[in-house]
Design a protein around this ligand. Structure first.
Ligand code: F1P
Length: 346
């Protein structure tokens, strides 16, 4: 798995994949609204894109589960741009959502990993992620490659629309260039995560919490654990905890909190306090050098510092490793989990 995760570095440093975006950048930049359709992990990448595009390019974004969107009667017009995201490029729900949007005259932009796949062929334009083949069913490096492409799209749109200052654009570009080395560093956490996995491999429930850019990562961490280890896991925006999930917390409940240094850091500190007050076991993903959260958490995983816009590229890695090791320790087949298909074509 480590080798396959390293494959993402190739995708992340490749700017070739953006040629499809360049042709359509005016159309994208002038959109009144962008609708993102996807399923599973790809939908989580779409949620990260909502934060990125709204923040950097100030274009309203809606993120829809393709499996719901295709069956309701959504409002779609010729002015809409639909971005369809899919690793396999064969997911039937995403394909059906594209066909629906196309029938209403929307422009469809695809982000796929598999060249020449059905979704790539059904779209008007697009970008390939070139993350290499996903050996297992559950998406891992595809997620980071999708988020990378979507980050570049948000940056291009922000600079075209004048909502992203040139200095900030250059800072983000430079930071993006440093991500492959930081991913390598995050992968060095492997041995530490093996030890944590050993302690929690028999848990029956997990809660994942994150705020801002780390909220979709919390959802993705929970999905990965469900998919490959069959442990029940829920991902929540940390601020939603008090609206229900807090009732679940007791000394049996492992709570993975993605608490890196960003604009919502102070708030997440109080969320960790709330979990600890109820005796939950906190596994915190923090920024290197942080002192506050480590003083409260039960287990601490330090990842390199980066801009909050790019943090999902790093914060997802320990969560993927945690799911992987727990699944292996439970004797699960991580490449071919039960009941899951590589591409859901029905
Ligand atoms: C979507 C997806 C994956 C998940 C599993 C089932 O696939 O939900 O995210 O890991 O493989 O399908 P795709 O449209 O991104 O290929």
């Amino acid at each position: 798995i480590l080798d396959s995760m390293r494959g993402r570095l190739v995708a992340e440093s490749s700017h070739l994949m953006m040629s499809g975006v360049r042709e359509y950048e005016n159309k994208l930049a002038n959109a009144d609204r962008i609708i993102i359709v996807a399923c599973g992990t790809s939908w989580h990448a779409g949620l990260v894109a909502e934060y990125l595009i709204e923040d950097l390019a100030r274009i309203p974004v809606e993120v829809e589960y393709a499996s719901e969107f295709r069956y309701r009667n959504p409002i779609i017009t010729e002015k809409d741009i639909v971005i369809a995201i899919s690793q396999s490029g064969e997911t039937a729900d995403t394909l059906a959502a594209i066909e629906l949007a196309k029938s209403k005259g929307a422009t469809i932009f695809g982000i796929c990993n598999v060249v020449g796949s059905s979704i790539a062929r059904a779209t008007d334009a697009g970008a390939y992620t070139h993350a290499g083949p996903e050996i297992g069913v559950a998406s891992t490096k595809a997620f980071t490659a999708q988020v990378t492409v979507l980050t570049l799209i948000a940056m291009i749109l922000g600079s075209k629309r004048g909502t992203l200052e040139t200095t900030k654009l250059h800072q983000l570009m430079a930071e993006l260039e440093s991500i492959p080395a930081k991913v390598e560093k995050a992968l060095e956490l492997n041995d530490q995560i093996v030890k944590i996995s050993e302690l929690f491999k028999d848990a029956t429930n997990f809660l994942y919490l994150g705020r801002g850019y780390n909220f979709p990562v919390a959802l993705e961490g929970a999905l990965k654990l469900k998919e490959i280890s069959y442990i029940h896991a829920e991902g929540y925006p940390a601020a939603e905890m008090k609206h229900g999930p807090i009732a679940l917390i007791d000394e049996q409940m492992p709570v993975v909190v993605i608490a890196t240094k960003d604009s919502s850091y102070e708030k997440i500190v109080s969320n960790v306090q709330e979990v600890k007050a109820r005796k939950g076991k906190v596994i915190a993903i923090v920024t290197e050098g942080d002192k506050t959260i480590p003083s409260m958490a039960d287990y601490v995983i330090e990842i390199p510092e980066t801009s909050e816009h790019l943090m999902p590229l790093l914060s997802v890695i320990p969560l993927q490793l945690l799911s992987y090791h727990i699944a292996v320790m439970r004797g699960c087949n991580v490449d071919q989990p039960r009941n899951l298909a590589k591409s859901v074509t029905v």
